[in-house]
Design a protein around this ligand. Structure first.
Ligand SMILES: Nc1ncnc2c1ncn2[C@@H]1O[C@H](COP(=O)(O)OP(=O)(O)OP(=O)(O)O)[C@@H](O)[C@H]1O
Ligand SMILES: [Mg+2]
Length: 242
């Protein structure tokens, strides 16, 4: 579904070229839940932004199916590392934003937006404004706002990193449920190994500077996963020592 062929990415900093990513080769399958983990600064966000079409590789190719990615698309929804709601719009109008841009009539866009607000458990908050919501609720709205456009691929950049552990675990479970129900392909960036082992079908580990793929783990455990099983703990240990 998404293919990365020999990707390198460099940025110019202080008139010098800094290589951020090197030799990234990766195939993401339709319906797969892929996690990308790695230390801060290794290029995770850069990689996800390039898959989104918000930035471009210095060399190499990124394909969606057979087509080279040349810019953002509705088929690839993006959930940002930081909260990214429009503060002047209420929850319903935040979620319905993409449909408004698309030109849908109010009734249809609200009907669709409500379906996804229900899915993330926020039906009773549709008239609230972002400043009235907790961090976890804001990220739920951000997820609903991406899903409403019915993207094939959901790109998520550490969406739960600012949340307390209980809220984080709850949203992880909700995300697995939604991923199943909606049959999406998810590419999820995190530096939290527990999160990766809980969510992923496959985990790709990047090294620090320049980011390269150093390990890949397939995780065949049944979802929703039990964090206390020896298999779960063993996988976390293996990922930590990468
Ligand atoms: N637009 C830019 N211009 C210059 N350098 C950049 C730019 N974007 C990213 N970089 C550099 O690329 C490297 C990787 O950044 P990136 O944000 O992808 O890391 P990350 O793995 O997402 O880190 P974190 O876990 O902290 O979010 C960093 O050294 C950063 O300074
Ligand atoms: Mg990042």
């Amino acid at each position: 579904m998404i293919t990365l062929e020999n990707i390198t990415k460099s940025f110019i900093q202080d008139k010098k070229e800094h290589k951020t990513l090197q030799n990234i080769n990766l195939n993401v399958n339709k319906g797969e839940f892929l996690c990308i983990v790695g230390p801060s600064g290794c290029g995770k966000t850069t990689l996800l932004r390039m898959i989104a079409g918000l930035d471009f590789p210095t060399s190499g190719h990124i394909l969606e199916g057979e087509t080279e990615i040349s810019g953002p698309s509705r088929e690839r929804g993006y959930v940002f590392q930081q909260y990214s709601l429009f503060p002047w719009r209420n929850v319903l109008d935040n979620v319905a934003f993409g449909l408004e841009v698309k030109g849908l009539e109010e009734e249809e866009r609200y009907q669709k937006a409500r379906k996804y607000l229900k899915m993330v458990g926020l039906s009773q908050y549709e008239l609230s404004f972002p400043k009235e919501l907790s961090g976890g609720m804001k990220q739920r709205v951000a997820i609903a706002r991406s899903l409403v456009n019915d993207p094939q691929v959901l790109l998520m950049d550490e969406p739960f990193s600012a949340l307390d552990v209980q809220t984080r675990h709850k949203l992880q479970e909700e995300l697995v449920r939604i991923w199943r129900e909606e049959q999406k392909t998810v590419i999820f960036v995190t530096h939290n190994v527990d999160e990766a082992v809980f969510l992923a079908d496959r985990v790709v580990v990047l090294s620090h500077g320049p980011g390269k793929i150093i390990r890949t783990f397939n995780i065949d455990l049944e979802k929703i996963r039990d964090r206390s099983t020896p298999e779960f703990l063993n996988l976390k240990k293996k990922l930590r020592v990468c």
